[in-house]
Design a binder for this molecule. Structure first.
Ligand SMILES: *[C@@H]1O[C@H](CO)[C@@H](O)[C@H](O)[C@H]1NC(C)=O
Ligand SMILES: *[C@@H]1O[C@H](CO)[C@@H](O)[C@H](O)[C@H]1NC(C)=O
Length: 368
């Protein structure tokens, strides 16, 4: 032991020299003083004088070389089509200009995919349709879901399976609301209020007396005339947005009441140019995603009679009614693209977050 110790200083010197040499070697191998630098993250701005190439236009996926430099594309494997609906796997540029993604539904990419996206409602209860092969160490699994806990069944065994969550919940890793208000650009035309010939409208596809919205509709209907459409009313419609546009108010009543569960019923109404009368989580939850003066909340009034009276008042007072559209001076509505948005945003997320991550308590987080 004593003999070994006496060699210690010499060993350190040799080892130290070796490390320095290695470092220099690596440095010279990769460092070229004038060449254009490539950044490991796609989508990051490059230095000037390099010709701009749209990554979506480059056909080769692996070991892709641009200007002699290896580049990286994030491979997103769409494991199942959500509810069977397909979407195009082309450019992600419409989502905040996300670039450098290769979306595929080809399962033979499993071993190369950086991220695999799974739609909860398509996951078999026995997990029989989940990947069977071991997961590559670098691969992250995304759980996504846009239904509320009431309409999402719990599946045992999902608690320690995913790395990333994507949903309408604000606390998701990837927040994917049903819609959002985005700033107007100079290309946008100024808003014009659509012609109205109805006061209050409702289109309901899923009539269920156990929904809180049914007794509220029935009571409100006693105090103000509501034009209601859908199978339950024997009035079918072809173009929902056209109907909504022609109404001053639209009942954006959610099928179940849950935190952050603010759906297309609200965003499509805003888009169509009507004022949503919302039933869902409390007002302050809505106020975290849409302007305070863009909607009316059922809870704003002590009774439904008073809500009806307010709607009738607004029908007569144009100045007051138009105040609900003041946000239009600055914003417009962008609707979510179900499935594709989740795949593209997963790619964008990975570009920003490469670290190890496990999402542990899916069940307690989502179902509470
Ligand atoms: C409309 O409402 C405003 C403010 O509440 C009020 O000043 C105005 O007189 C009302 N106009 C009519 C026509 O009722
Ligand atoms: C992703 O989560 C799984 C399951 O919890 C874990 O085994 C795996 O190491 C994680 N991978 C990454 C890249 O974070």
């Amino acid at each position: 032991m004593a003999a070994a110790s006496s060699h210690e200083p010499l060993r350190s010197v040799v080892l130290g020299t070796f490390i320095v040499m290695c470092g220099l070697g690596t440095f010279w191998m990769y460092y070229t003083p004038t060449a254009n630098r490539s950044y490991p993250c796609p989508g990051v701005q490059r230095d000037g004088n390099q010709k701009q190439q749209d990554p979506d236009q480059i056909p080769k996926i692996h070991d892709k070389t641009v200007d002699g430099v290896k580049q990286e594309e994030i491979i997103v494997l769409v494991w199942m089509w959500p509810f069977g609906y397909t979407f195009d796997l082309k450019s992600c540029a419409s989502f905040n200009n996300i670039k450098g993604c290769h979306l595929t539904d080809d399962k033979s990419f499993y071993n190369k995919a950086h991220v695999v996206v799974f739609h909860h409602r398509n996951i078999a209860g026995d997990l029989g349709n989940m990947p069977k092969e071991p997961r590559p160490w670098f691969q992250k699994w995304v759980w996504y879901n846009m239904e509320s806990p009431t309409y999402t069944s719990r599946i045992p065994g999902l608690d320690n399976m995913f790395n990333i969550t994507a949903s309408y919940r604000l606390s998701s890793d990837i927040y994917t609301p049903y819609g959002s208000l985005v700033e107007l650009t100079s290309d946008d035309k100024s808003f014009e209020l659509p012609k109205k010939d109805k006061l209050v409208c409702w289109v309901v596809s899923h009539w269920d007396v156990n929904h809180k919205r049914v007794p509220i509709f029935n009571e409100l209907n006693k105090h103000v005339k509501i034009d209601a459409f859908g199978r339950h009313f024997g009035k079918y419609i072809e173009d929902k947005s056209k109907i909504v546009s022609s109404c001053k108010f639209y009942l954006s009543f959610e099928n179940s009441i849950h935190q952050d569960y603010i759906t297309e019923k609200v965003y499509e109404t805003l888009l169509a140019g009507a004022v949503p009368v919302v039933l869902g989580p409390p007002r302050n939850n809505y106020e975290s995603v849409i302007p305070t003066d863009s909607f009316i909340h059922v809870d704003d009034f002590p009774s439904l009679k008073e809500l009806a009276d307010w709607l009738i008042f607004l029908d007569k007072n144009e100045t007051e009614y138009l105040k609900y559209f003041s946000w239009r001076e600055h914003y417009k509505v962008k609707l979510m693209e179900f499935g594709k948005e989740h795949a593209c945003r997963s790619c964008g997320y990975l570009q920003q977050n490469r670290g190890f991550r496990i999402f542990r308590n899916l069940n307690t987080w989502f179902w509470g």
